[in-house]
Design a binder for this molecule. Structure first.
Ligand SMILES: Cc1cc2nc3c(=O)[nH]c(=O)nc-3n(C[C@H](O)[C@H](O)[C@H](O)COP(=O)(O)OP(=O)(O)OC[C@H]3O[C@@H](n4cnc5c(N)ncnc54)[C@H](O)[C@@H]3O)c2cc1C
Length: 379
């Protein structure tokens, strides 16, 4: 039961966005930029953003050499280039929204480790450099094996090291906090603990049905346009779309004395990634070890993968150093048959920007920009 005051002042918004991850918040940003006087509400089921945007590893990356080569096995050069440029453009866009300092951006270097069984990939380094050169005006990749020992890796384990000259690292928490602060400052409202159960586009408005924590009956918000930006969790709202969740396992060590490296690192086609953060090693990945179990929206740890991450720490990353684990966590990404995100005008007043794969830090702001532009073109 709503009072007249609630009905007249709390229920209707010009735009409602579901999901307070990077895509939802950047969509709010662009809608406000387009029309500052229009009301924008972001609804978030968690008390905190609870998907991938506050759970990732903080890599500002466009694709490692082995990942791009793997993509070129299943997609054309044009398609691989298109995704690479989407990531590049998205990172530039995120920087222009927030500024490098507010993202905690650092360019301590980005490297990829190669082992005996994938060392042949290095023979194709020049080919990938040539493919990207017209867009980067520099070589993206160069071999830097001289750093293998300096970084503390065993030369008989890590047989090749490639530097990526276009990538850096961010402080994910700082970036998200500042993004929230930015949109609040612009007048966007965010309601946390507000889960969207369903929606109906009536043709002249959209009814957004939300779980009401203090009543059995849901609360129905009304909006001129509704934006679905809840990524891996969109399936119940969009059952026809090809969206499958993919869980990512992460851990971080306690501080390690005299850690011999900084920067971000990848190996095995992007399936594993690690970095230095405040003198600790953050390591994530291994989804390819157990794809079936990891196709879930459940945030549980996977013991098999966590054990594998420990082995990778002991054998590859910190071979001569004792370490202790401080925290383990997971985040949920969204995948589909195509690596491309779904960005579209769904019904008269509903717009969809989901399925960011493992690259939503890079492409999230660009997807949000495209979504707000698609909406603008319908007016
Ligand atoms: C471990 C890990 C490592 C990653 N590494 C990288 C990387 O190196 N580079 C890169 O670019 N990207 C990386 N990513 C991916 C990136 O973090 C995601 O693609 C991106 O954060 C997705 O943003 P989003 O806004 O689309 O979705 P999310 O951040 O998942 O936001 C969706 C939000 O919607 C909310 N929600 C869901 N359903 C509802 C509902 N019914 N009602 C209300 N709210 C709802 C959720 O709680 C969530 O907060 C990684 C992700 C993980 C987990």
């Amino acid at each position: 039961m709503l009072s007249i005051w609630e009905r007249n002042h709390f229920i209707h918004y010009n735009h409602i966005i579901v999901g307070s991850g990077i895509v939802g918040l950047c969509t709010a940003y662009y809608l406000k930029m387009q029309n500052p006087s229009q009301s924008v509400l972001v609804v978030e089921r968690g008390l905190l953003p609870s998907g991938a945007s506050t759970k990732n590893a903080g890599f500002a990356c466009m694709g490692s050499l082995s990942e791009l080569l793997a993509d070129l096995q299943t997609a054309t050069e044009e398609e691989v280039l298109e995704l690479f440029l989407l990531r590049k453009g998205g990172l530039e866009r995120l920087q222009s929204i927030l500024g490098v300092q507010e993202m905690g951006y650092k360019s301590n270097g980005s490297f990829e480790l190669f082992f005996q069984d994938d060392i042949n990939d290095l023979a194709r380094l020049s080919y990938v450099n040539q493919l990207l050169f017209p867009h980067l005006h520099q070589n993206a990749f160069s071999i830097c094996n001289e750093k293998i020992a300096a970084f503390g890796f065993e030369k008989n384990t890590v047989t090749g090291l490639v530097r990526n000259h276009c990538e850096g690292e961010i402080d994910t928490g700082m970036m998200m906090k500042n993004l929230i602060a930015k949109v609040l400052q612009m007048g966007v409202e965010i309601k946390t603990g507000c889960k969207v159960l369903s929606f109906e586009d009536t043709g002249h408005e959209v009814e957004v049905v939300c779980k009401n924590p203090i009543a059995e009956q849901p609360l129905i918000f009304k909006t001129d346009s509704f934006f679905i930006c809840n990524n891996a969790f969109a399936h119940p709202l969009l059952p026809q779309e090809d969206i499958a969740p993919g869980r990512g396992q992460v851990l971080i060590t306690k501080p390690i004395a005299n850690l011999p490296f900084k920067g971000i690192f990848h190996f095995d086609k992007g399936y594993y990634y690690f970095r230095e953060y405040n003198g600790c090693v953050l390591l994530g990945g291994g989804r390819n070890l157990d794809f079936e179990t990891e196709t879930t929206t459940d945030f549980m740890l996977n013991q098999k993968i966590q054990d594998d991450l420990m082995v990778k720490l002991q054998k590859i990353i910190l071979p001569r150093q004792p370490f202790e684990i401080d925290v383990r966590w997971t985040g949920i990404m969204a995948f589909g048959k195509s690596k491309k995100p779904i960005v579209k005008h769904y019904s008269k007043n509903v717009f969809v920007g989901v399925r960011m794969g493992g690259m939503g830090v890079a492409i999230g702001s660009e997807v949000a920009y495209q979504l707000s532009s698609i909406h603008k073109n319908t007016l």
